[in-house]
Design a protein around this ligand. Structure first.
Ligand SMILES: Cc1cc2nc3c(=O)[nH]c(=O)nc-3n(C[C@H](O)[C@H](O)[C@H](O)COP(=O)(O)O)c2cc1C
Length: 408
């Protein structure tokens, strides 16, 4: 069976997907997120030639910042046979010297004038943040993205705690960066792991920063070997918390972007769990103005850009949208607080002609619902409409997708 991305890739030419964001002309909304794929100039060159609109180079810092990588750094959260449903990494920032990153920006700027080249930075002291901005702006970066959310802790400050977990530190540091950025926009990359994401987003907006990148990987413990009790990834009998990325974190990112977009006016650059053009549309529909990808590319390579572009192009044709920006915020009016949700009578309905009699729905409803599915000798279950409240569990567990909710 063809995947959604494959089938959409095969239909018709790609339309114009260009638009402007933060004063930068983008060919399309698809950007490489800071990570291994953007830590090498030849990899970025190849990605640009294949059609990626831009790249956020892997985070760099000042010369004095030690980068002591530990290997292996990756682990997988597989689910139901799907590899890398979530990916964990204990990577740090780029091991390259800032001189090299600066020269990468300069070279890419010359070779690819139409691409968005963003430099990602991370530091401790004010003078370090500011010197990084000045150097990378001078080298020709289009955007400075500040990592306030590295899950391996913040350089020099409070190890294990992310900068974006402090509202006051976020505002202060973003002000330093903004002070030093003379012409180019600044985006602050935040973590979803805070009590109130709106407080953090408001602090970023108050600082004068131009955008928020939402959101970084989620700090997680990837799993434990139940015989040795060593967590993943194992490094000589020890391990540490990882940054979880990939499809597993998409729902958290959607909520984070939506909350930010509902409360602040500066643009959001989406990242965190997108793995198809459809995911990108979902991110944009809750407020993202572009979408960054990392795990998808690490798994399937740069060529996924073809599927992303053609899928989005077909979708925009179907929907009658003329610019990717037409999608931005479209889902937000449909978000409400629980009290304001409509109260309607809904009931499950089983399409008997497609039911295979596996009784998964019966068991789920008996032990996790309302005991509203009755067994029959034929093994084709029947909904007890008196007991069914329309909770929505049985359609989710039916392997044949033959249960629907009536009255929804
Ligand atoms: C191995 C690895 C290294 C990463 N390094 C960085 C980094 O240096 N700076 C940064 O801001 N984000 C870094 N990230 C986070 C990604 O930029 C991205 O925000 C995150 O992976 C979520 O997106 P995804 O689900 O599309 O992968 C890294 C992610 C991975 C998987």
């Amino acid at each position: 069976m063809k995947s959604e991305q494959q089938s959409s890739a095969e239909t018709g030419p790609v339309r114009d997907l260009s638009y402007e964001l933060l004063g930068i002309q983008l060919e399309n909304p698809f950007i490489l997120a800071a990570g291994p794929s953007t830590d090498d100039i030849d990899m970025v060159r190849r990605a640009f030639m294949m059609g990626w609109a831009g790249a956020v180079l892997k985070t760099t810092s000042v010369e004095g910042t030690p980068v002591d990588l530990a290997y292996p750094m990756m682990s997988s959260f597989d689910h139901d046979g799907k590899l890398l449903f979530g990916m964990g990494n204990i990577d740090l920032i780029s091991a390259h010297h800032i001189d090299r990153v600066e020269s990468t920006v300069r070279t890419l700027r010359k070779e690819f004038p139409a691409k968005m080249i963003a430099a990602s930075i991370m530091a401790g002291k004010k003078e370090d943040w500011q010197s990084l901005v000045a150097r990378l702006e001078h080298a020709g970066a289009d955007l400075i993205e500040c990592s306030f959310s590295c899950p391996q802790g913040n350089i020099g400050e409070d190890p294990g705690r992310m900068l974006a977990q402090s509202v006051a530190a976020t505002e202060l540091t973003a002000r330093w960066v903004k002070e030093a950025a003379r012409r180019i926009p600044v985006s602050i990359k935040i973590t979803p792991q805070v009590t109130d994401i709106v407080d953090v987003a408001r602090a970023v907006q108050r600082s004068g920063a131009d955008a928020l990148t939402a959101s970084n990987s989620v700090q997680a413990l990837m799993g434990i070997d139940v015989y040795s009790f060593v967590p993943n990834p194992p490094l000589g009998g020890r391990s540490t918390y990882s940054g979880l990325t990939g499809p597993a974190i998409k729902p958290m990112t959607l909520r984070t972007i939506a909350e930010i977009a509902r409360h602040v006016t500066i643009p959001v650059l989406g990242t965190g769990g997108a793995s198809s053009w459809r995911d990108a549309v979902e991110f944009m529909s809750v407020g993202a103005r572009c979408v960054q990808f990392c795990t998808l590319v690490m798994h399937h390579g740069f060529r996924v850009i073809d599927d992303l572009k053609s899928g989005l192009s077909n979708y925009m044709d179907d929907m009658g949208f003329s610019s990717p920006l037409d999608i931005v915020g479209k889902a937000l009016p449909h978000l409400a607080v629980h009290d304001d949700l409509p109260r309607r009578r809904v009931r499950s309905m089983i399409d008997e002609s497609r039911c295979i009699g596996c009784e998964v729905c019966y068991v789920a409803c008996r032990d996790g619902g309302h005991g509203a599915i009755d067994r029959r000798e034929s093994r084709i279950p029947v909904v007890n409409t008196e007991r069914c409240v329309g909770c929505g569990l049985c359609p989710l567990v039916c392997p044949e997708a033959c249960i629907s909710l009536a009255g929804v």
